[in-house]
Design a protein around this ligand. Sequence first.
Ligand code: ACO
Length: 494
Amino acid sequence: MARPCGPENTFKPLAVLLFTTKQVVKAMEKEVAKRSQTITPFFNPRSVAVIGASGKQKKIGYVIAKNFIESFAGKIFLINPNAREILSHQCYPSLSSVPEEVELAVIAVPAKIVGEVLEECGEKGVKAAVIISSGFKESGSDGAKMEEELVMISRKYNIRLMGPNCMGVFDSSTMVDTLFIPRYRLKRPPRGKIAFISQSGASGIAFLDWAAGEKIGISKFASYGNAADVDEADLLEFLAGDSETKVIAMYLEGIKEGRKFASVAREVTKNKPVIVLKSGATGSGARAALSHTGSLSGSDEIFNAVVKQTGMIRVYDWEEMFDIARALAYQPGARGNRVAVITNGGGAGVMIADEIEKQGMKLADLREKTLSGLAAKFPPHVTLRNPMDLGGDADNERFQDALGAVIEDDSVDSIILVCIPHTPSIDLESFVDMVLDTKGKNDKPLTICLPGGRVSLEIRELFEENEIPTYPTPARAALSLSALVRYGRLKNGA
Ligand code: ACO
């Protein structure tokens, strides 16, 4: 007998469907949380063992031991069969002789003994191991075999592995620091909202050094080298759930599992922007990547397609990555692509107009109300168009009026302030305060272009400390703003 039709009967299957969809989503979230829990000990362990710790200042095992002793709050165990004390800390001959639980092991011994050391980690119940040592897949077939053995040991004991052939982890809040670069050579960056994942240790170091020099805050850093176990997708998934991370930046040479990476990236970009710098785009680059981290770079066209599908933002050098990361860390995504430009330098205004168009954005058509309101306040030589050239004699008040008016103008989605701070009419200290006063009072992203040398750099720092991204050239300011437009579009589902 045919089932009767009616609102009740059509509603019921829909309710069931919604219920099951909700259940599936919940189950998937649970799975993600479970997987991410296995990554947590790399960044927030209760106890750490440095295996291969050394008292010799030039050794990698010395630097890593020193980093932990100087600033890690959890328990530290140093392991070396040939030393009784290192840096005034008791030294254990082996991991099995440590009387307490060890959550994270940092391994810095020659490749040929890493396997037996890892086996010992397994027996001890270690949850995660960072393997700094080189001499595995990247060095040829014998190394690849040894790497496979590490993976087998890690599966046998359920230990997550980072590396081998990596720098490992830096966490600015727990101060897990496995970077073997001494702190007098590489100042660690302050706490902040940008996480950086890097297949290459050296690229990671360059990025961190830059961040430290510019006082840009970093939440977490991981260099995962050959990705024998933990790979870029695992880290991406983990960072998506990290409350201290607002933006994820990545340096990749290859992708271990394309499908897994694409599906994780697609989910992550719904909540956090992901910036990706991928090398190995040419034949020469791909060959270099193979001998560096044993990575297969793959086709650049396919990678571009993945970038497009997943909503990641691709960049082509460190400077771009850094510029865009700051914009995304500090500012909200834009609602649309209409930009208002306010400047006291006509030439810079023209340049930025060009760059805005090149980046696929457009100059906003300011409302008549905005223009007439400002005309009543400003002298006649002010150009009341977009870009709005306030004149070489513009003072803070003129900037403030213009900024206030474009913030109120509903034809404007974002703002670029191009300020030549050298003119006598500008009071530098209160100029920064005046701009900062607008923070949090509207949802329009703001970037600042501050061309020039010493004077520009001085106020640049004040802005950056207060999370307003500044750039020395119109091109860099426009590129960074365009990332906010793209991310805003993605968030709005456009
Ligand atoms: N358990 C614990 N410690 C041990 C053990 C053991 N079973 N056996 C030896 N040790 C100790 C040694 O006694 C030594 O300390 P000591 O000199 O104070 O006595 C220490 O461990 C290190 O062992 P060494 O044989 O001296 O090895 P060395 O320090 O020269 O090198 C290292 C080890 C750094 C891991 C090296 O093999 C290596 O791989 N270097 C390259 C690292 C690298 O570049 N990684 C990738 C960077 S990121 C990138 O660019 C992709």
